[in-house]
Design a protein around this ligand. Structure first.
Ligand code: SAH
Length: 340
């Protein structure tokens, strides 16, 4: 696509209105080109006069007849011409689940939304590295960090979404993982709906399932675990909750669980969980420096936590953790198959 072209120093004739061509112009500039914004009539004049050096013509708006004439003139001058859709002016918000942080784990729908964005509000956990390429026409706003490294409060993020959408922008709210798994996505949807701003949601790959997988831990395994419970560990649980969590059996996945890990393990043991149940901490899943530590629930308590644990990390508790070592995986798979 022409958006991938290197346009360094090239004059690019962009045909249409300032509003309708805003995304195309941002792309041209991102690719290093110099924009010449003109209306259809002026474009035809320029293309008829042979003294103007133009490297590429991008036709966005204008009557069909002028477009055809423009093409014919460009052909005579051996100039490449392409068409691009006009940017809409209806303000909308798209919540995009960005996955656990690696760009290629973003969905195609997520990429399409970013390519069409005027404004992107992103934070710490989503893919950040190639945002300028994924959303060349957008203003990128980091809402995960403010100057003092304090995250922008949720009501302010919601106000920003609404404000930019009301100004006519396509606002993409890029979130880590899936927007509806401990991501406050539902609050943002509600805020937009209440403000009368149309909002759509693109799901994402959730770290709750994908990050254990990145460490070789399947969250379910026939004969070993037939349920998956995903909890937030940002505050410890009540005694009856530990009893439930242990009672369900299967696999327990804890997000935001680094700081409360000792309390949670202590609570689970008190509720009757056997001390040797394996536990894995998977830090920075799919990111540089991904690290897996395998231990047991009792060992975490005995050692007073996992000293070097850093966020973001997913905690997995249950028999499936043993599958993290591939030799065990093969043995277990054979046992399970034999038993079936
Ligand atoms: N909506 C997100 C979760 C948001 S809560 C999702 O579906 O994945 C934030 C927590 O997600 C972090 O504290 C951590 O527990 C987990 N997390 C997100 N990305 C991660 C990653 N790349 N590696 C490990 N844990 C991650």
């Amino acid at each position: 696509m022409w958006a991938d072209l290197e346009l360094d120093g090239l004059d690019v004739l962009v045909v249409g209105s300032a509003q309708g061509t805003r995304r195309v112009r941002a792309r041209v500039e991102h690719a290093g080109g110099r924009v010449m914004l003109v209306g259809a009539a002026q474009a035809l004049e320029l293309l008829s006069a042979s003294d103007r050096a133009v490297g590429l013509v991008v036709w966005v708006e204008g009557p069909e007849s002028a477009r055809a004439e423009g093409r014919a003139l460009a052909r005579i001058r051996r100039l490449p011409v392409t068409c691009a859709p006009a940017a809409t002016t209806t303000g909308t918000v798209t919540l995009v689940g960005g996955g656990p942080g690696r760009t290629d784990l973003l969905t195609l729908a997520g990429q399409a939304a970013l390519a069409d964005a005027d404004v992107v509000l992103f934070d710490r956990l989503g893919p950040q590295e190639s945002l300028a390429d994924l959303a060349p026409g957008a203003r990128l706003i980091d809402v995960g960090k403010a100057p003092g490294h304090h995250p922008i409060p949720q009501p302010e993020i919601e106000a920003m979404l609404i404000e930019h959408a009301r100004a006519g922008a396509h606002v993409v709210r890029l979130k880590g993982g899936d927007p509806f798994v401990f991501g406050r996505g539902s609050e943002e949807v509600r805020a937009c709906a209440r403000a009368g701003v149309p909002v759509t949601v693109v799901p994402g790959v959730s770290s709750a399932i994908a990050v254990p997988g990145a460490a070789g831990i399947p969250v379910t395994h026939r004969g070993l675990s037939r349920s998956l419970t995903i909890v937030s560990g940002h505050v410890p649980f009540e005694p009856q909750e530990y009893a439930h969590l242990h009672g369900v059996g299967g696999t327990l996945v804890i997000l935001m669980g680094v700081n409360t890990l000792i309390q949670v393990c202590t609570g689970l043991l008190r509720a009757g969980m056997p001390p040797d149940v394996p536990l894995a901490l998977v830090e920075r899943g799919f990111l540089p420096g991904q690290r897996t530590t395998v231990t047991t629930v009792a060992e975490v308590v005995r050692r007073g936590g996992m000293q070097h644990a850093t966020s973001p990390a997913v905690v997995v508790i249950g028999a499936v953790v043993a599958l993290a070592e591939s030799s065990v995986w093969e043995d277990l798979a054979r046992t399970v198959e034999g038993a079936a």
